[in-house]
Design a protein. Structure first.
Length: 46
């Protein structure tokens, strides 16, 4: 994430560590929301 902020797969690997009870439905909604005009999930979180 620090070396490549466009790495959505890295974000998805660490988003629930430590355990935050973020389920698949929430991640799906987050992914759909983040797919705005050329935005990456990480950029939407900052």
């Amino acid at each position: 994430m620090l070396t490549n902020p466009d790495d959505d797969s890295a974000f998805l690997r660490i988003v629930n560590t430590p355990k935050r009870e973020i389920g698949p439905a929430t991640l799906q909604k987050l992914g759909e929301w983040a797919m705005g005009p050329q935005q990456r999930i990480v950029h939407r979180q900052l």
